[in-house]
Design a binder for this molecule. Structure first.
Ligand SMILES: Cc1ncc(COP(=O)(O)O)c(C=O)c1O
Length: 468
């Protein structure tokens, strides 16, 4: 619940004032996911503006995915809209959560890698070597684009593994894909802040765009990825795609659609932003090469070490067409000058000496086994369930006919000891994926996976009558 106030002495329009307060209220969790908003008539009456002004603000929030309309029920805060990192200041007397306190439920959150397999010994050994033997300059300020050693190691690695074509000068080392996307939004969003985005899409990435005040144009995704025939007729700043393993639906963008997308970018004179976050982990056939390798002048390629190594490292990269290098350099410098030099050198050596390849090979086996265990647990427990998406990465989507994964049910499941994530949470146009959930398995043990699926079945069975 928040109180909206209007200040007529401000130069900001009344619609914008309402929009800003509701949006910030959602991002800062004053308005909770699933919470009902007052009707436009009611709010207009309370704050003393015309109903059209409230309607206009609500419509914008609906289009951007913050709010959803439930027929005959009203307007609600949509799922997946709060920023996980925004916290209210803690009161002094709030008891501190113990460091190692675990969730009380089995959390099928997608994108959590198996951090227990981080190659600590090798990393520590290389860190010690770099720290003792590098030149002093490493401990001073570095280049905004990052360390030459890491960029050169990436040129070779990405060419071999992802078919990426670039020179080291086109690479910027960032604090994860998150910073890369934030800076791209800042750089390209200046004049035309419309971004064409896959629908459904990861809420974390979508929030980066909307937080940068961009307008989102949702483009539907099916089992072959984004549908280029539904791209906007007006040129967007860029089209954001995850073509090699779409999140959340898990499809691969077919080559026909890749070419259509490139044609579109050329025609509209806009860029494609390709997020390639987990394609090293492909369990059937070879990974599909990047779009960047086909159209390097039209694609901004974003990668990360969060999934193949560790999110705690905060190392990702952006590969730009030559004409964008100077602008990005400025933006990155203003953001944080540069990413930690020492960590970059350790990673460069880790890649050069073949340890990354070895680690990926090992993790592929581990994730493949987890995926197989999850698939067979689903098949044993749910007759008629369908697994959606390519056999890759650290998550899958399952559709269970007759089960509506609405917020009430998700909450019940959490209380029963298992947390799953409805696809509706990631959807901009609501109502198409009610029977589908995404289940991440990367960070869970085989036992947790089996127990979690069993709990899911039991909760569905015990709530069948009351909820569906
Ligand atoms: C689609 C997608 N890309 C990339 C990332 C990685 O972000 P980062 O490199 O900032 O950890 C995530 C994180 O969950 C993601 O969901």
């Amino acid at each position: 619940m928040i109180f909206i106030t209007i200040d007529r002495s401000q130069s900001i329009s009344l619609t914008q004032q309402i929009y800003d307060q509701v949006r910030n209220g959602i991002l800062e969790k004053q308005l909770k996911e699933g919470e009902k908003l007052p009707s436009s008539r009611e709010l207009a009456g309370t704050i003393g503006v015309s109903r059209n002004i409230v309607l206009e603000a609500y419509e914008r929030l609906i289009a951007e995915g913050y709010l959803e309309v439930r027929p005959k029920a009203g307007t609600f805060v949509a799922l997946g809209t709060s920023l996980s990192f925004v916290e209210r200041p803690k009161r002094k007397d709030t008891p501190k959560k113990a460091e190692d306190e675990k969730n009380t439920y089995i959390d099928f959150k997608a994108g959590n890698p198996a951090i227990d397999y981080f190659p600590r010994k090798k990393w520590a050994q290389i860190t010690k070597e770099i720290c003792l033997h590098s030149s002093e300059s490493v401990f001073g300020y570095g280049e905004a684009a990052g360390m030459k050693e890491l960029k050169e190691a990436l040129v070779d690695y990405l060419k071999r593994v992802r078919g990426v074509q670039c020179r080291a000068e086109q690479i910027f080392i960032t604090s994860g894909a998150t910073q890369g996307l934030k800076l791209i939004t800042e750089m390209l969003g200046k004049d035309n802040k419309r971004i064409a985005v896959e629908d459904p899409v990861t809420d974390e990435m979508r929030n980066i765009f909307t937080f940068g005040n961009a307008k989102i144009f949702p483009v539907p995704v099916d089992e072959n990825g984004i549908n280029p025939n539904s791209l906007p007729e007006q040129s967007p700043s860029f089209v954001f795609v995850i073509p090699s393993h779409q999140f959340p639906l898990g499809g691969i963008l077919s080559i026909q659609r890749r070419l259509q997308l490139i044609e579109y970018a050329k025609r509209m004179n806009c860029y494609i932003v390709e997020d390639d976050y987990d394609s090293e982990f492909t369990y059937e056939g070879a990974p599909v090469p990047s779009i960047q390798g086909i159209a390097p002048n039209h694609v901004i390629y974003v990668g990360t070490f969060s999934k193949i190594l560790s999110p705690g490292l905060r190392i990702g990269y952006v590969i730009l067409p030559e004409e964008l290098v100077d602008s990005f350099e400025q933006i990155k410098w203003f953001s944080d000058r540069h990413t930690s030099s020492l960590e970059q050198l350790v990673l460069a050596q880790f890649i050069r000496e073949g340890y990354l390849d070895r680690h990926v090979r090992k993790m592929k086996k581990i994730y493949k086994e987890k995926r197989e265990r999850l698939v067979s647990a689903i098949q044993q427990n749910f007759q008629g369930a369908t697994i959606i998406g390519k056999s890759a990465g650290m998550h899958l989507v399952v559709e269970i006919p007759g089960v509506d994964f609405c917020p009430t049910f998700i909450h019940k499941m959490e209380q029963s000891g298992v947390k799953v994530y409805p696809i509706e949470q990631y959807s901009l146009v609501k109502g198409k994926h009610r029977e589908r959930i995404v289940m991440g398995y990367g960070g869970l043990t085989l036992e947790e996976i089996e127990k979690g699926v069993l709990l899911l079945r039991k909760t569905i069975e015990s709530n069948r009558k009351s909820i569906f």
